[in-house]
Ligand binder design. Structure first.
Ligand code: ADP
Length: 741
C-alpha cells in the first residue's frame, strides 16, 4: 500500500493553522527563555519566529494566486527575514560578531528581491529556492548551535533541539526540490508544524532542565550560604566569648554607659568589685553616682556630654563603692556603639597598688639616703662616746669615790652605754651593723621591757593587758634591736594616749601563726588618720611637736624588722586606737640557748696583780682613743706604746719588740688590712697577735677580713673587761710570752 501524502481539499489551511499555532508556541517559549536567561540571541531568535509566524499568517490570509501582489511580496520578505534572524541569533550564540549594517543591507536586498519575485514573472521554484535555502541554512546553523550547547552543558533538551532544527532546516532546503509546496502544500505545512512542535517540546524539555539545574544550583548555593553563615555565627560566638573574657578579666574597671543619660549598660568584674555592685544591680544606674571628682568644677555639668568630658579630663578620681569605700583611679574612655545605641566606654585604672609601690620606692630611697647620713653621724659619735665611756670606767675603777659621786658616775656610765646601743642600732638601721643574732624568747623580752616601764604605766594610769601565748617558739634575733622596736611602738602608744581622759588601755598580745610569731601592740588612743597612715614609716615623718618626736621611731622599727626578715605594719585596733603588728619568722634550727641576760653596765674591776705586763703597740689615728686605750692597758698592768699613724707604727715595729699590736681598722693612708699585710711581711708572728679596733663591723669586706683565721677585734666603744679578756686571750696563745724585763 502506497503512502498517500495528498491532503484533502481545505486541509492546506488547517495545516497552515497548525503550523502557525506551533510557531506561536515557539515564540512564547523563546520569549520566556529570553526573559529568563537575559541572552540576546533568544531575543533575536524570537524575532525570527515572529517573522515566520507572519509568513504563515500572510499565507493563510491570502488565497493562492498567480497575480503579483504586495501581500505576496511581504510574505516572501518575512520568510527571508525569518532566515536572517535565525541565522543572526545563531551567529550570536556562537559568539561570532555580525555587522549590523551588513545585516540591514541584506534585509534591504531581501526586500528588493521579494519585490522582484512578486512583480516579475519568475517561475515559482526560482523564487522559493533561495528563500527556502536560506531558511534551511539558518535552521541547520541553529541546530549546530544547540548541538554545541548540549555538549557543553550536558542538556538532553539541547540535543533534541539540535535534531529538530536540523530536520526543519533540511526540510526547507529540500522543499523546493520535492515541490511539496506546490503539489502537496498541505503536507509541507503539516511536516513543518510537526517539526515546530518537536522543537517546542524540546525547548520545553530544555527549559525544564535549565530550571531544574538552576534550582539545584540555587539550592547548593543556599546550602553553601548556610554553611558560611553557620561558620560566621561560630566565629562571632567565639569572638564574643573572647571579648567577654577579655572584658571580664581586664585588670581595669570597664564601665559602658549610654551617651544620652549615662546609665550603666555594662560593666566588667573589676568594676563590679570596685563599685561593690553586681551587673544586674548596676544596670540602669547613673555612672556619675559612683565617681567622686577631686576638684569639682564651679558649675555642675548640665548634660551627659559635659559629664563625660568632665570625667575624662580627670587625671585622678575616686570610684565610690556602694559601701562608701573609695578607690583612687585614673580614667580614660572612648565612644562606642552598644547594641545599636551610642555609648561611652570608660576605663578606670586602680591606683592603689601603683601608689603603694611608688610609696615603697620613695621610702626605700629615703631610707637609703637616711642610712648613709646616720652611718656617717654614728661613726663620728662613736669615737667620742668610746672615750667618754672608757674614762668613766677608768675613774670608777681607779679612784676612791664617795658613794653619791660613784652613783652619779654610774648613771652617766649607764646612759653612755645606752647611747652606745643607740649608735649600734643606728648603724644597724643603716644596714651596716648586723645585730648579734641569738635565740630569743619574745614573751620574756616583752616582760623584761614592761618591768622596766611599769613605773611609767602606773604614773600614766595605763591599763596594761597582756595576752602572751605561752607556747610561742623562739626567734633568731638581736635582743637589743627587737627591744628597740617594741620600745618605740610602746612609747608611741603611750604618747598617743597621754592627753586622753578616758581609761588608757595598752594591749600586748603574742601568738604563733604557722612559721610566724606575731606580736600585736594596740592602744585605745585617737588612732592614726587615713592621710597620716600612708606616711608613718617615712623617716622624719612626725605629727608630734618639735622636740617631742623625731619621726625616726617607726622607720627604725621598719628597718630592724626587715633585717630580721620580718615586718611591721599598722592596723586599726579593735580598742579604737592604733595597732601595730610585728611579725618574726620562727627559728627552728639550733637548740635554744640560755636566755640572754639584759646588758647591764659592768662596774670596772681592778686588774689581777699577777698579770704579766706585755709590750703592746697601740695604733689609732684618733689620739684620744689611743690615749684612753693606753690608760686602760696600763691599769691592766701592761706597757703600752702609743702611735697615731701606720708608717710610724711600722718604724716602731722595726726598732722595738712588741708582744702584740692593737690597731684601729679605719685609718687614713693605710687601713687595718693593709697595715696587717705590712706587719706580716716584717714580723709574721706579731701579725698573728694583732687586735683590731672597729667602730662597727661595717662593710662586707671588713667583716670577711676579720672572720678570716678568727682575727680578734674590739668594737668601739669598748669596756675594760672586754679589753682585758681579748688581750689575755691573745697573749695566752703565745708559747712563751716574752718577759717585759
Ligand atoms: P615620732 O614618734 O617621733 O613622731 P614615729 O616614726 O615613731 O615618729 O611615728 C610617726 C608618726 O606615727 C607619729 O608622729 C604619729 O603621728 C604616728 N603614730 C605612731 N604611733 C601611733 C599611735 N600609737 N597612735 C597614734 N599615732 C601614732
Amino acid at each position: 500500500m502506497a503512502f498517500d501524502f495528498h491532503f484533502p481539499e481545505g486541509g492546506l489551511k488547517a495545516a497552515m493553522l497548525a503550523s502557525l499555532l506551533s510557531v506561536w508556541v515557539l515564540v512564547g517559549l523563546f520569549y520566556y527563555l529570553n526573559r529568563y536567561t537575559k541572552r540576546r540571541y533568544f531575543t533575536i531568535w524570537t524575532a525570527g519566529w515572529l517573522f515566520y509566524a507572519l509568513w504563515l499568517t500572510l499565507g493563510l490570509s491570502q488565497p493562492e494566486s498567480e497575480v503579483p501582489s504586495w501581500g505576496f511580496m511581504l510574505q516572501q520578505w518575512s520568510m527571508g527575514l525569518t532566515a536572517v534572524f535565525l541565522l543572526w541569533g545563531s551567529l550570536r550564540f556562537l559568539g561570532l560578531r555580525t555587522r549590523q549594517t551588513s545585516l540591514g543591507l541584506f534585509m534591504v536586498f531581501l526586500l528588493v528581491w521579494s519585490y522582484l519575485s512578486a512583480f516579475t514573472s519568475l517561475p515559482r521554484w526560482q523564487i522559493e529556492l533561495p528563500v527556502f535555502g536560506m531558511i534551511g541554512l539558518a535552521g541547520l546553523t541553529t541546530a549546530w548551535c544547540f548541538h554545541q550547547y548540549g555538549r557543553r552543558r550536558q542538556r538532553m533538551g539541547a540535543g533534541l533541539l539540535a535534531c529538530g532544527f536540523a530536520f526543519w532546516g533540511l526540510f526547507f532546503i529540500a522543499a523546493p526540490f520535492l515541490q511539496f509546496s506546490t503539489r502537496h502544500p498541505g503536507t509541507g505545512f503539516f511536516v513543518t508544524a510537526v517539526l515546530q512542535l518537536f522543537i517546542a517540546v524540546s525547548m520545553i524539555i530544555l527549559v525544564l532542565e535549565e530550571v531544574r539545574l538552576s534550582n539545584q544550583f540555587a539550592f547548593e548555593k543556599l546550602r553553601d550560604q548556610k554553611d558560611i553563615q553557620k561558620e560566621l555565627e561560630t566565629r562571632i560566638e567565639s569572638t564574643e566569648e573572647r571579648y567577654r573574657s577579655l572584658f571580664d578579666q581586664a585588670s581595669e574597671a570597664i564601665v559602658i554607659a549610654a551617651v544620652d543619660d549615662l546609665k550603666i549598660l555594662e560593666l566588667n568584674q573589676t568594676a563590679e568589685r570596685l563599685l561593690g555592685v553586681s551587673r544586674a544591680d548596676a544596670s540602669r544606674q547613673s555612672l556619675p553616682a559612683y565617681c567622686r571628682i577631686h576638684s569639682p568644677p564651679s558649675a555642675t555639668p548640665r548634660n551627659s556630654a559635659e559629664w563625660i568630658d568632665l570625667i575624662c579630663r580627670q587625671t585622678q578620681l575616686d570610684l565610690v563603692g556602694k559601701d562608701g569605700g573609695k578607690t583612687p583611679a585614673e580614667v580614660d574612655g572612648a565612644p562606642m556603639d552598644f547594641e545599636g545605641r551610642p555609648a561611652f566606654q570608660f576605663f578606670f585604672r586602680e591606683l592603689t597598688e601603683r601608689a603603694r609601690l611608688e610609696q615603697q620606692l620613695r621610702q626605700a630611697e629615703k631610707l637609703s639616703a637616711l642610712g648613709q647620713m646616720i652611718s656617717g653621724v654614728a661613726h663620728e659619735i662613736n669615737n667620742p662616746l668610746a672615750v667618754i665611756k672608757g674614762y668613766i670606767e677608768l675613774i670608777l675603777a681607779r679612784h676612791q669615790l664617795s658613794g653619791a659621786t660613784r652613783a652619779d658616775l654610774e648613771k652617766v656610765a649607764r646612759e653612755s652605754q645606752r647611747a652606745a646601743r643607740l649608735v649600734r642600732n643606728f648603724l644597724s638601721f643603716a644596714r651596716e651593723q648586723p645585730g648579734d643574732r641569738v635565740r630569743l624568747d619574745l614573751n620574756q623580752l616583752i616582760r623584761r621591757i614592761l618591768d622596766l616601764r611599769r613605773f611609767d604605766f602606773m604614773v600614766g594610769g595605763v591599763d596594761l593587758q597582756l595576752e602572751l601565748d605561752a607556747s610561742l617558739p623562739e626567734i633568731l634575733a638581736d635582743a637589743d634591736q627587737v627591744q628597740q622596736v617594741i620600745v618605740n611602738v610602746v612609747n608611741n602608744a603611750l604618747q598617743a594616749m597621754a592627753e586622753q581622759s578616758n581609761p588608757k588601755v595598752l594591749r600586748i598580745a603574742s601568738e604563733r601563726e604557722g612559721d610566724l610569731n606575731r606580736l600585736r601592740i594596740e592602744d585605745n588612743g585617737p588612732g592614726i588618720p587615713g592621710e597620716v597612715e600612708a606616711r608613718i614609716f617615712e623617716p622624719f615623718f612626725t605629727t608630734k611637736e618639735v622636740g617631742t618626736g623625731t619621726g625616726l621611731g617607726l622607720s627604725i622599727a621598719h628597718s630592724i624588722m626587715s633585717d630580721h626578715q620580718g615586718r611591721v605594719f599598722h592596723e586599726r585596733s579593735a580598742l579604737g586606737g592604733a595597732g601595730f603588728v610585728l611579725e618574726f619568722p620562727v627559728c627552728g634550727c639550733v637548740p635554744a640557748p640560755e636566755p640572754v641576760p639584759a646588758p647591764v653596765p659592768e662596774p670596772a674591776r681592778a686588774p689581777e696583780p699577777e698579770v704579766k705586763p706585755a709590750r703592746i703597740l697601740v695604733l689609732d689615728d684618733e689620739q684620744a682613743i689611743a690615749e684612753l686605750l693606753g690608760e686602760m692597758l696600763s691599769i691592766l698592768g701592761h706597757r703600752p706604746t702609743l702611735c697615731f699613724a701606720p708608717p710610724e707604727a711600722l718604724e716602731l715595729i722595726h726598732t722595738n719588740e712588741f708582744d702584740l699590736i692593737i690597731s684601729d681598722f679605719r685609718m687614713p693612708v693605710m687601713n687595718g688590712e693593709e697595715f696587717h699585710h705590712a706587719v706580716s711581711e716584717r714580723k709574721p708572728d706579731l701579725a698573728r697577735r694583732m687586735i683590731f679596733l672597729t667602730g662597727d663591723v661595717v662593710h662586707e669586706k671588713t667583716r670577711a677580713f676579720l672572720e678570716q683565721d678568727g682575727r680578734r677585734h674590739l668594737s668601739k666603744p669598748f669596756q675594760l673587761t672586754r679589753i682585758e679578756a681579748v688581750v689575755q686571750e691573745a697573749l695566752s696563745e703565745l708559747p712563751a710570752v716574752p718577759s717585759a724585763g
